[in-house]
Structure formats: structure tokens, C-alpha cells
Ligand binder design. Structure first.
Ligand code: 5AD
Ligand code: SF4
Length: 458
């Protein structure tokens, strides 16, 4: 058996792609190792959403060069930077053996054979046309030991957000046929999975034979599936039908990640987001009416070209008004080929210190809101899907609430149990409590001793 180490950067799509890479490589007798220094093959599954992500990948590559020198390990670069930079990676980094885009994962065995047999460096970044694209089917064995798993339902993005590199790295939207998704959910239940998160760059524009709302409702009906989640959404696709699904199906969890990006209509227009703040709030109001108490989280970019102090104040006020349960806020980072990068000079770049100051203010506000959101759970008994031992204290258990909030608790519920936990304390990031009962157990016993990690997520 040879050993492969895969370093995963970026989003859940990449984490899923890494699992598919592991499966493709298993057919070549490559077993995963958590230790890069003992690997025969090192793959970096990269992200290019912000410049920082690219910098992280370059510094990781520098570290892995040693393994190449000492063991002759092969080094491959996959993911979004690979798709964007193609053979420029080979030109810049002489010790990289191959480069492959997200559409070439199934070709990995063939690529590696060519590198090994012909001693050539390979670049494989061709798109597969939407009509020809076949989503790789997950092997449920890869998910053994887990109570919750991700299912890819679509890839690519047809939006034209001015800041975003994704349309350039993941191409046009392609939806996976709904029957395949339901089959995958059913196969995951055979290893004990009880919660699935449907993932794609823009899931609610899903068109795989049924609407996205229908897909959620049908997934919730798969025997053995107790919880359904999804990510990530664009506000302009938040349909009444999807909101209605939240009203009628309690297995759809009470969390909605709805990236707003900015609280200023002028900035939203330059971002080409296709909605106004008023429209966003109207959708959110309907959602909250359908599912009272739902946790709403968001993404925000500060320092988008031309963002004034007044624009930023509007973002700050929107955050206060919505009272998000959590948010990911980012400093704007110009990305190659995007409209905003090309027009930054015209719209006006925001100085770095101003961006930092805005980010810090927003983060401080969000921290306060997150604490308040979580503190409201103290004294309540909530349902938690148990995922294993607590990471901070292995004598305690760990899982998530319907709101997707992390809970560490005293108890003995096995992985996959739906436990009732009385919440005693809250912080901005998590809840703490004690088990007061178990509502149900998974159909199969999930061993608590986690297998060797399949992927290394950084
Ligand atoms: N600069 C900063 N943040 C970005 N995002 C996407 N592109 C950029 C960029 N160029 C953020 C958005 C998106 C999240 C995944 O990353 O907020 O929702
Ligand atoms: Fe990063 Fe976007 Fe690619 Fe995910 S799709 S890896 S977030 S660039």
C-alpha cells in the first residue's frame, strides 16, 4: 500500500472533493495518512476565494518540498487555484508534478500513472460540459464513524458577483439528478449517518428535476434521515416555496446561512448582488415568520471598492437590526479576472487600515450578538445530534443543536444519538450543558473510536 496525504483548503465543496479524491486513489492502492512526512503522494486541494488562501497554499507547498527531497514523494495541486493558474503553477513551483482542476478528480489515477510511467509533468484543467458532467457517487464506507455528512447537489455558479472568483474556478451551474441525491442519502444511513447537509455554491438555484425546496422535503423523507441542512444560498433565490418548506418540515434544521455581503444598496449594486437591503429584509421576515427563532447567519465583505464610511455604517446597522446568530466577515481581496478587481481604480480602493478598523468593529458587534443569541438557550433543554467526544475535553460529549450551535456536554450518549441536553452556560462560539435523556439512537452502532482521519483540513 502506498500512502497519500491530502491537505484541504477552503469550503465544504473542497472537503467533499477531497473525499472523492481519496476514493479515486484507493483504486490505485493509495491509503490515506495523516502524516505528510510519511506520504508517497501529497495533494493540495486549494482555494482561491481570497489572496490569503492562496498564500497559505504556497507556504504549505514550501514545507512539503522536504518530503519530496527526502522520500521522492509526488506532489499534486488540485482545486480552485489549480483551475485558475493551470501551468503557471508548474512554471512557478518546479517541484510540483501535476496540476488538476475540480472536474478532473475522476482522472486522478490516469494522471498519476502518466506522471509515474512517462516521467512527465501533467496539467489537466479542462472543463467538462454541463450535459456531460457526472457527479462522482460517494462510497458510504468513507463516512463510517460519522453521524453527519455532506452531499454535493450542484456545482458551479451562474451569478456574476463582482468580487467572486468562483464562476472562474468552478464554471457554470450543473445540478445533480435528485434521484442520485436521495440514493446517496439512503446509502449513508447504512453506516449510521442521520443528518445530511446538501452543499453547492448556490443551492437554491438547484435544477436537478425537482425544485430545491422539493429536494429538501424529499431528503427529509428518506428513512433514517432525521435532520437536513444546506449551504450556501443567494438571497435572490430564496423562494416562497423554500420558506414554506421550513414551515412544514421540522426535519429541516432551524438555521439559514444567508450571505448579505453589505448593508448598503449602492455597494450591493456595484457588487451585482441583484437585491436591495429592503428586499433582503422582506425575505428574512417571511422566513422568521415561517420558523420562529431560526438562527440566521451571514457573510459580509468590508472594504469593497468605493465603500464609504456611510456605506459601512449601514452594514453595521443591518447587523444590529437582523441580530445575526453568527457571521463570517472578510476584508475585500481583489481576485483575478473579476469585475471589481478590474474597476477598483475607478471605484476607489479602500485603504488597508480602514478595512481593518471596519472589520474589527463589525467583529466586536457580532461577538456581542452571538453571545446574546446563545445566552437565550441557557436554561432550555435542546436536542443535540451527538458527533463524538468533545474536542476540548475528551471526557465530555460534543454535538450540534438545530441552530447548528456547537454543544459540549456531560453525558454518555453514543455517536449518532439524538440527546436531550440541559444548557447551563453559553459563549459566543458554543454552549455547555448536561445530558438529561436520549430521544433516539442510530440504526447501526457507530464506533466511538474514530478511524484515522481521512483528510487534513486546514
Ligand atoms: N474578497 C473577500 N471576501 C470574498 N468572498 C468572496 N469573494 C471575496 C473576495 N474577493 C467572501 C464572500 C462569500 C464568502 C464565501 O467569501 O463573503 O460569501
Ligand atoms: Fe475556495 Fe470558492 Fe473554490 Fe470553495 S469554491 S475552494 S471557497 S474558491
Amino acid at each position: 500500500m502506498k500512502r497519500v496525504f491530502i491537505h484541504t483548503f477552503g469550503c465544504q465543496m473542497n472537503v467533499n472533493d477531497t473525499m472523492r479524491m481519496s476514493e479515486a486513489l484507493a483504486s490505485m492502492q493509495y491509503a490515506p495518512t495523516p502524516a505528510p512526512e510519511s506520504a508517497d503522494l501529497i495533494i493540495l486541494n486549494t482555494c482561491s476565494i481570497r489572496e490569503k488562501a492562496e498564500d497559505k497554499m504556497l507556504s504549505a507547498l514550501g514545507r512539503y518540498r522536504q518530503v519530496k527531497l527526502q522520500r521522492g514523494a509526488l506532489i499534486g495541486v488540485g482545486g480552485c487555484v489549480a483551475q485558475q493558474e493551470k501551468n503557471r503553477i508548474l512554471e512557478r513551483v518546479p517541484y510540483v508534478d501535476f496540476v488538476f482542476g475540480p472536474d478532473a478528480i475522476q482522472k486522478l489515477p490516469e494522471i498519476i500513472q502518466r506522471v509515474e510511467a512517462d516521467r512527465v509533468r501533467v496539467v489537466e484543467t479542462a472543463w467538462v460540459d454541463s450535459e456531460d458532467y457526472v457527479f462522482p457517487r460517494a462510497d458510504p464506507n468513507t463516512s463510517r464513524g460519522k453521524a453527519t455528512e455532506f452531499i454535493t447537489v450542484m456545482k458551479g455558479c451562474d451569478n456574476v458577483c463582482a468580487f467572486c472568483v468562483v464562476p472562474h474556478t468552478r464554471g457554470r451551474e450543473v445540478s445533480r439528478p435528485f434521484g442520485d441525491i436521495l440514493q446517496e442519502a439512503a446509502s449513508l444511513t447504512t453506516v449510521g449517518v442521520r443528518e445530511v447537509t446538501l452543499v453547492g455554491q448556490n443551492v437554491n438555484s438547484y435544477r436537478g428535476g425537482v425544485s430545491f425546496a422539493q429536494l429538501l422535503l424529499r431528503t427529509a423523507q428518506v428513512p433514517g434521515i432525521e435532520r437536513v441542512r444546506f449551504t450556501t444560498s443567494h438571497p435572490h433565490d430564496l423562494s416562497d416555496e423554500l420558506i414554506e418548506a421550513f414551515r412544514v418540515e421540522p426535519k429541516i434544521m432551524g438555521h439559514f446561512h444567508l450571505p448579505v455581503q453589505s448593508g448598503s444598496d449602492e455597494v450591493l449594486e456595484r457588487m451585482r448582488r441583484d437585491y436591495t437591503v429592503a428586499e433582503y429584509l422582506e425575505r428574512l421576515g417571511k422566513l422568521r415568520e415561517a420558523r420562529p427563532g431560526i438562527a440566521v447567519t451571514t457573510d459580509i465583505i468590508v472594504g469593497f471598492p468605493g465603500e464609504t464610511d456611510e456605506d459601512f455604517e449601514k452594514t453595521y446597522q443591518l447587523t444590529e437590526q437582523v441580530r445575526y446568530a453568527g457571521q463570517f466577515s472578510f476584508i475585500y481581496s481583489p481576485r483575478p479576472k473579476t469585475a471589481a478587481a478590474m474597476r477598483e481604480g475607478e471605484w476607489g480602493a479602500v485603504p488597508h487600515e480602514v478595512k481593518i478598523a471596519r472589520l474589527e468593529r463589525l467583529n466586536a458587534l457580532q461577538k456581542k450578538l452571538s453571545v446574546e443569541f446563545n445566552a437565550a438557550q441557557v436554561g432550555q433543554t435542546v436536542e443535540v445530534l451527538v458527533e463524538g467526544a468533545s474536542r476540548t475535553d475528551p471526557t465530555r460529549r460534543f454535538g450540534r443543536t438545530s441552530h447548528n450551535t456547537t454543544v459540549n456536554f456531560d453525558g454518555d450518549a453514543p455517536i449518532g444519538a439524538l440527546a436531550r441536553v440541559a444548557i447551563g452556560a453559553a459563549s459566543a462560539a458554543s454552549l455547555s450543558g448536561r445530558q438529561v435523556g436520549i430521544d433516539s439512537l442510530p440504526a447501526v452502532v457507530i464506533p466511538d473510536v474514530a478511524a484515522a482521519p481521512e483528510v487534513c483540513v486546514a
